[in-house]
Design a binder for this molecule. Structure first.
Ligand SMILES: Nc1ncnc2c1ncn2[C@@H]1O[C@H](COP(=O)(O)OP(=O)(O)OP(=O)(O)O)[C@@H](O)[C@H]1O
Length: 336
């Protein structure tokens, strides 16, 4: 796909036939990063539409952090290009970064300064923040991430969750066009996780583009409009969340008190189905909803409801990424 720059310097993909192509807040083409004999990222073409909340998902070591670091200009690509808000990274980092808030590993806080003092130092370096507004911006950011009570304590004594919150506060010090969050809920308790979701939703409604990496499927399904799935350093799927979910094997979910009878009746017509807790899930690959319903009605099966089943992010990932024996999530949540 070719790409042009619009008047504001934002990349616009020249999608053939698309009436209103999405403007891109970030894009990479052929992005590759090699560390010695390790290929961390291998030909990543990523599109982050303006105003989207894009969840970057992938198993451990799939290249999420490395891709984010290249987009932010923290690491120079071995090959390929990375553009952030229309600027080539890392060479034009000075023009892109004032509009981008980022929470990435190792944000470089001073261990012997308090959370508030750390933020005051960072705020002083923000080109978009006048001196008169620094104290207020720090106060607001601390409040927003629920760290006001612990703001006077040394960073060294912070828990992992408090460190994450401070990193998030640093990303939110000034209004941004884009916010990049690498595993923002890492180390947070359920309340903290909920707060991060709320912050992402607030940013989204304010029109800010959010790029967030995560290994938690439920989190991405709840917060994101778009998804990019990485596996082995490559993007294996990307697009709108709803479209990706619908692109799996089509299925009809039939609610009936006669589940076993329904499966038998369908089997006689060589229609594949199975009983699930939600109802009878009928594979639509080789049939249609009218044929399914007609078969059930003729067999005297009571059909209370029939809906197109969504694939579900878990199913999607099972298909897109090979399960790795040592990548079972530790916390029991659905992870990749
Ligand atoms: N600085 C580095 N030096 C050497 N190898 C690296 C470096 N950074 C990343 N890698 C390797 O590149 C691969 C991709 O790592 P990356 O951190 O980007 O993956 P990830 O998807 O973010 O993983 P995780 O979910 O575990 O954070 C891994 O094999 C990793 O060991």
């Amino acid at each position: 796909m070719s790409t042009a720059l619009d008047a504001s310097g934002v990349a616009v993909p020249a999608t053939a036939g698309a009436a209103t192509p999405a403007r891109l807040a970030a894009r990479t083409r052929g992005l590759r990063k090699v560390y010695g004999s390790t290929v961390a990222v291998d030909g990543v073409d990523l599109d982050v539409p303006e105003g989207s909340v894009l969840g970057m998902l992938g198993p451990n070591g799939s290249g999420k952090t490395t891709t984010i670091r290249m987009l932010l200009g923290l690491v120079r690509p071995t090959e390929g290009e990375a553009q952030l808000l229309g600027h080539t990274m890392p060479d034009e980092a000075g023009r892109a970064l004032p509009d981008v808030g980022a929470l990435v590993e190792g944000p470089g806080f001073h261990p012997f300064l308090s959370g508030r003092e750390n933020l005051l130092r960072l705020a002083a370096a923000e080109p978009r923040l006048s001196r008169a507004k620094i104290a207020g911006a720090v106060r607001d950011a601390l409040e927003r991430v629920g760290l006001t009570g612990a703001a006077g304590r040394r960073y060294r004594g912070y828990s992992l969750g408090m460190k994450q919150r401070l990193g998030l506060a640093a990303a939110l010090l000034v209004p941004r066009r884009m916010v990049v969050l690498d595993e923002p809920t890492n180390g947070l308790d359920p309340a903290g996780t909920r707060e991060v979701r709320e912050i992402i939703a607030e940013l989204h409604s304010a029109g800010v583009t959010v790029l967030v990496s995560s290994h938690l499927l439920a989190e991405v399904e709840a917060t994101c409009t778009h998804v990019a799935v990485l596996h082995g350093g490559t993007v294996v799927a990307q697009g709108e969340l709803a479209e990706l979910l619908d692109s799996g094997n089509p299925a009809l979910l039939v609610s009936t008190p006669d589940g076993a009878a329904a499966v038998n009746a369908l089997r006689e017509r060589r229609i594949t189905s199975r009983l699930t807790p939600e109802g009878v899930r009928v594979d639509l690959t080789a049939t249609t909803p009218p044929e399914v319903l007609e078969t059930l009605v003729r067999a005297g099966v009571a059909v209370h409801e029939a809906n197109r089943a969504r694939t579900g992010l878990e199913d999607l990932f099972a298909r897109l990424t090979q399960p790795e024996p040592d990548s079972v999530p530790e916390d029991g949540e659905a992870g990749v």
